[in-house]
Write a protein that binds this ligand. Structure first.
Ligand code: HEC
Length: 91
């Protein structure tokens, strides 16, 4: 890769780009995360999550299982969505 295209690539990455901004956690969960469990798993009264750190770790495990390879900011969006809709942990 020549230096010019490298710097263009770097600029595109830094800008964040519309691709990342389009990430929709609700849709992602519906499409990718319902293979093994549906949304009831997040709402069950005896769920195992005790705090945000555990929730994030579980989302990462499940993401790794299905190889969707979310970016960190998308993981954060999924965690926030699940927390807002189901878990309601304090920060
Ligand atoms: C390969 C199967 C599989 C897929 C696909 C999957 N999960 Fe899971 N998930 C599990 C299993 C197994 C558990 C543990 C269930 C249990 O403890 O009974 C779990 C549990 C969870 C929990 C904790 C539920 C609780 O007890 O509060 C969360 C949160 C979660 N998954 C999020 C996700 C997200 C987000 C995705 C999409 C990236 C996803 N999962 C996709 C297998 C999967």
């Amino acid at each position: 890769m020549n230096p010019l295209s490298l710097s263009l690539l770097a600029a595109a990455l830094l800008a964040g780009g519309p691709v990342l901004a389009d990430f929709d956690p609700a849709r992602f969960i519906k499409e990718k995360c319902s293979g093994c469990h549906d949304e009831r798993v997040y709402a069950r009264p005896d769920h195992r999550m005790q705090n945000l750190q555990q929730l994030e770790a579980q989302v990462r495990r499940c993401d790794a299982n299905i190889n969707t390879r979310l970016f960190d900011e998308d993981i954060a969006a999924v965690v926030k969505y699940l927390n807002d809709t189901h878990y309601h942990f304090d920060k």
